[in-house]
Design a protein around this ligand. Structure first.
Ligand SMILES: CC(=O)[C@@H](O)[C@H](O)COP(=O)(O)O
Ligand SMILES: NCC(=O)COP(=O)(O)O
Length: 246
């Protein structure tokens, strides 16, 4: 079914649990197939430079075994561009990466890295890969995304999800709403993700110019209690509920 708000399920943290013992279980590819059955529109996997969760073999198997479009999250490095070009996934999302961080802490500085990003984006696009840039909800970064030739941006929702007061959360939501409207105005397709859960997803789904959400850590954590199928279906239902009230 074609929807106006797609759900990309990020399976990174299935690999985190697998890697804790170094074996094969739980298998992120099996999780991707279960996500497809539960109604996901796409699969997202972040091949970090330090391979702390997803590893190269997972990307090989995802490309071979899943039918859903794969969104490969990757740092802006020559190694990652080579891997993306070798696999030609449906999409590549360029994210900032710092070896010491626990998770992706901020958005990509497109303004400060135009010269490096522009040829990289050109190469990926020439190979037929849809390129997005994972950025903070900041109009200046959005304008820079257009300037370097990116057709899509994914807005980092971490600050919104982590806000400790209602006031702070509402301010972050305003930033995301304004950025998503700006994205449409300047011709960018707009996605969002990071840290979303059952409580935070509806307000983001309500923003009409956002067409894709990528969600992972919470879905995998919640699956411990009720199963992956149920956690994805509940997330999908909350996204639809939010969208209906847009
Ligand atoms: C860019 C992004 O948001 C995802 O990569 C997601 O956060 C899972 O990866 P980490 O938990 O390793 O940041
Ligand atoms: N790009 C965001 C993503 O893929 C999922 O982030 P999270 O839900 O694992 O925090």
């Amino acid at each position: 079914m074609k929807r106006d708000l797609r759900l990309g399920v990020n399976i990174d943290h299935v690999a985190t649990v697998r890697n804790a013992r170094g074996g094969r279980h739980p298998d992120p590819v099996r999780a991707a197939l279960a996500a497809e059955r539960a109604g996901a529109d796409g699969i997202t996997a972040h091949l970090r430079e330090d391979r702390r969760h997803i590893i190269d073999g997972d990307i090989d198997r995802l490309m071979a075994e899943i039918r859903l479009p794969l969104n490969l999250e990757m740092a802006a490095t020559d190694e990652m561009v080579r891997i993306a070009l070798g696999h030609r996934p449906h999409a590549a999302c360029i994210v900032p990466e710092r070896r010491a961080e626990r998770t992706t802490e901020g958005g990509l500085d497109v303004v400060g890295n135009k010269a490096a990003l522009e040829p990289m984006i050109g190469e990926l696009r020439a190979a037929g890969i849809r390129v997005s840039l994972f950025i903070a909800p900041d109009p200046v970064q959005l304008d820079a995304a257009v300037a370097v030739g990116a057709p899509v941006v994914e807005l980092h929702t971490g600050a919104y999800c982590d806000a400790e007061t209602d006031g702070a959360r509402s301010l972050e939501l305003d930033r995301i709403t304004t950025a998503a409207a700006h994205a449409e105005a300047i011709g960018l397709e707009c996605h969002a993700g990071h840290g979303l859960d059952f409580d935070t997803v509806r307000a983001i789904a309500r923003i009409p110019t956002i067409v894709e959400l990528n969600i992972g850590h919470f879905l995998v954590g919640e699956a411990i209690f009720g199963g992956l199928d149920a956690s994805i279906k509940r997330m999908r239902a909350l996204m639809d509920e939010g969208r209906r009230t847009a």
